[in-house]
Design a protein around this ligand. Structure first.
Ligand code: IMP
Ligand code: MG
Length: 181
């Protein structure tokens, strides 16, 4: 089924589940090698990163804590509205290596806000992992340390990513039809 409909929009297959899993395996290998000896906490950004976090973390073989935080910044298909804090962090992050897990980085506004919040807890180091990066629309100076796939500025859905709340449960990632950047 290459095409699917969600609400009023058509989407076509963009990244099949197998390709996503292969890439996650490579990313996990890299993290397992580079983070040995760190006092680690992974922080998944809800809702979108729940699936990516689950699949990636199953492949992490070093000792680590896992937590989640929730922010909201999106209305429909337009990015960059208010970034809201919904669920904060209460873990002790001081002196730890924090690894932020994101589903997608678009303009970078959300990740800037998250970074600002996490820095306030005085961790020793913060690294950012995102499954998807919209390279052309990224406007921040912040370095994204690990990127799964660089994608064009098109609206995607599935594998945690939603269109008006729908599509998060899909195992593939789909791109909106008839939409140009
Ligand atoms: P940014 O603040 O512009 O980087 O936007 C990041 C947030 O916008 C992500 O955490 C997503 O929630 C949302 N977002 C950006 N692009 C897409 C997309 O193509 N599909 C679904 N959500 C998106
Ligand atoms: Mg997100």
């Amino acid at each position: 089924m290459p095409n699917i409909a969600i609400a009023d929009k058509e989407f076509s297959l963009f990244l099949p589940a197998e390709k996503i899993q292969q890439r996650i395996e490579v990313m996990a290998d890299l993290l397992n090698n580079e983070l040995k000896g760190h006092d680690l906490i992974f922080i998944g950004v809800l809702n979108g990163a729940f699936m990516f976090a689950a699949d990636l973390l199953k492949r992490i073989q070093i000792n680590a804590q896992v937590s989640f935080m929730k922010v909201a910044s999106y209305r429909g298909t337009t990015s960059g509205l208010n970034v809201k804090r919904l669920i904060g962090l209460n873990e002790e992050l001081k002196g730890k290596t924090v690894i932020i897990l994101e589903d997608i980085v678009d303009t970078g506004k959300t990740i800037e806000d998250i970074l600002f919040q996490i820095k306030g807890f005085r961790p020793s180091e913060i690294r950012i992992v995102t499954l998807l990066l919209k390279t052309d629309s990224y406007k921040s100076e912040i370095k994204i340390d690990y990127v799964g796939f660089e994608i064009p500025d098109r609206f995607v859905v599935g594998y945690g990513l939603d269109y008006n709340g729908y599509g998060r449960n899909l195992r593939n990632i789909y791109v909106m039809e008839g939409e140009k950047s």
